[in-house]
Design a protein around this ligand. Structure first.
Ligand code: XMP
Length: 533
């Protein structure tokens, strides 16, 4: 396995992703782990990430010195290369020109890491790499023992390597897809230089995870809050594979789910997979609590608190349960470690925060090591339907934040049907992708559902006048929202084809009595958010 030490770059997780894509298990830890941790970790190789820091600042972060004494290969990326240079006796200087974005780097065939890897060869016979750079500082002098591996006119030492000790540094980012040979280079590092085998794959992962869960829980019983979302669903399928009937899932129907969602969850888990699922019908309870409440934050709080209440009431009936399973995934783990929150905190968005102390349940989190894509692959490998596993994210408070103002059952029913029509048409409309050379082709979308990151309808509790047949109507409005985003922090509104929008609008107005107007949201985030509340 590969140990990645994080110096705070925004793309550190991508390094782990790429290494895992190469079939090798890797984990991210903060740069300030102890020498002892590094010695005991058992890494076949270490990668030092980039950072927004400068090694020239007095108290800037350094890798634990043990990294360079382990006798295993080390790859420094960007800041990682600079700190490697500084710690091994080289020199770093403040670059006068900041390089940011696309760059062409001349590769020197002096080291095992880059030898023979390039994108094109110049007329002078130099191998060139198309890479993505982002740095201010640069290495001025290489440490003793290193050879020049790559250069650009403004960054003469853009790569350096020592084949004796297997230490390498690159100024560019091989982990981002814009670096065309990034995959080849990281693949060479982990396979040939570190000697790791490609043994990180889903079938093997499933058998290992199953063994681990069995060893962990023994004959104890486990409960899990099933929401119908990807993470809790995959966790349920995996744990069920491991311990069968020792697992009981609790599925709370709060009346704010999508069309047929409750039925879908019950069919998939209870019927098809034979999982024990307790379905709690709490629609009236939630609607009662939400009656008359219009403030978005107050609504969220009520839904969250009520959920915990219902879940706890059901769970406390399962008196033998010793474990609470959760679909925590690796980005959640990294995120909470990064915030210095050591230990296992239950994330509020998993909706089971605030379990009573006296339940004394231990946490079982079988997806803690996995990235979202890996969770999806695992779900498919466990037999969950592809469409379910690749669904858009759905917020914990559900339709509660998509019905503006006061939530009523009548509104939720109208919204569910409009939303289902929109999603169905997105799935049915082909998307012709522009294929960009050098980018990951694994996930090229084939329809508009796949081409958008999140899409849904929003209920607007205002009435407008319309005409249908010979009659006048005075009905509610729905807004359609579809966005494209990488990280959900910023988002563009999706430029859906007009024919698609037209068809969705016609179908909603014709099929859903009670709605007579459809509008499309063309606001980006920022300044708008993705959800309307
Ligand atoms: P916003 O509206 O903040 O949404 O741009 C960003 C992403 O977060 C989701 N979201 C939530 N997810 N509980 C959740 O589990 C919530 O309360 C919540 N609010 C927003 C939203 O759907 C989008 O994907």
């Amino acid at each position: 396995k590969i140990l990645i030490l994080d110096f705070g770059s925004q793309v550190t997780q991508l390094i782990a992703r790429r290494v895992r894509d190469a079939g090798v298990f890797s984990e991210v830890y903060p740069y300030d782990v102890s020498d002892e941790f590094v010695r005991n970790y058992g890494a076949a190789g270490v990668i030092l990430s980039g950072s927004h820091n400068s090694t020239l600042e007095g108290d800037s972060p350094r890798a634990p010195q043990a990294v360079f004494e382990l006798g295993v290969p080390v790859l420094g990326i960007c800041y990682g290369m600079q700190t490697m240079a500084a710690q091994l006796g080289g020199k770093v200087e403040n670059g006068h020109v900041r390089e940011f974005g696309y760059a062409e780097v001349r590769a020197h065939n002096h080291t095992a890491l880059l030898n023979g890897i390039n994108d094109f060869v110049t007329s002078e016979g130099h191998g060139m790499l198309k890479v993505w750079m982002s740095h201010g500082d640069k290495v001025l002098d290489m440490p003793p023992g290193f050879k020049l591996m790559a250069s650009t006119p403004s960054c003469p030492i853009a790569g350096m390597g020592d084949d004796e000790r297997h230490f390498y540094g690159v100024q560019w980012h091989p982990e981002v897809t814009h670096t065309v040979q990034g995959k080849a280079m990281l693949g060479r590092f982990v396979h040939e230089i570190c000697g790791c085998k490609s043994d990180w794959n889903m079938p093997d992962y499933i058998s290992e995870a199953v063994e681990k869960i069995r060893a962990q829980v023994g004959t104890d019983e486990v409960i899990l809050g099933l929401s119908g979302g990807v993470d809790s669903s995959v966790a349920a399928a995996l744990i069920h594979r491991a311990i069968g009937d020792q697992l009981t899932c609790v599925f709370v129907d709060h009346g704010l789910l999508r069309l047929d969602e409750g039925k879908m969850v019950m069919d998939m888990f209870a019927k098809n997979l034979g999982v024990k699922v307790i379905r709690v019908d709490a629609v009236d309870q939630f609607m009662g609590k939400l009656a008359g409440v219009t403030d978005p934050e107050a609504k969220r709080k009520i839904i969250g608190a009520e959920f915990v209440e219902v879940f706890n009431a059901e769970s406390s009936k399962l008196t033998n349960a010793k474990w609470l399973a959760q679909g925590t995934i690796y980005p959640d783990v990294i995120e909470s470690a990064g915030k210095g929150k050591k230990g296992q905190t239950i994330k509020s968005h998993h909706n089971v925060g605030g379990l009573p102390e006296d339940m004394k349940l231990q946490l079982l989190e079988p997806l803690r090591e996995l990235f979202k894509d890996e969770v999806r692959k695992l779900g498919v490998a466990l037999g969950l339907p592809h469409d379910m596993v690749y669904r858009h994210p759905f917020p914990g408070p559900g339709l509660g934040v998509r019905i503006l103002g006061e939530v009523k059952k009548e509104y939720a029913d109208l919204l569910r049907r409009a939303d289902a029509i929109f999603i169905e048409e997105l799935r049915n409309t082909p998307y012709v992708a522009t294929v960009v050379p050098g980018f990951d082709q694994d996930s090229v979308p084939t329809n508009w559902y796949e081409a958008t990151s999140q899409a849904f309808a929003v209920f607007l509790p205002v009435k407008s006048v319309g005409v249908m047949g010979d009659g006048r109507t005075y009905d509610y409005v729905v807004a359609l929202r579809a966005v494209q985003t990488q990280d959900f922090m910023t988002a563009h509104w999706a430029h859906l084809p007009h024919e698609l929008l037209g068809k969705v609008s016609n179908r909603i107005i014709n099929e859903v009595r009670g709605l007579n107007r459809v509008v499309y949201d063309i606001s980006g985030k920022p300044p708008a958010t993705i959800e309307w509340e």
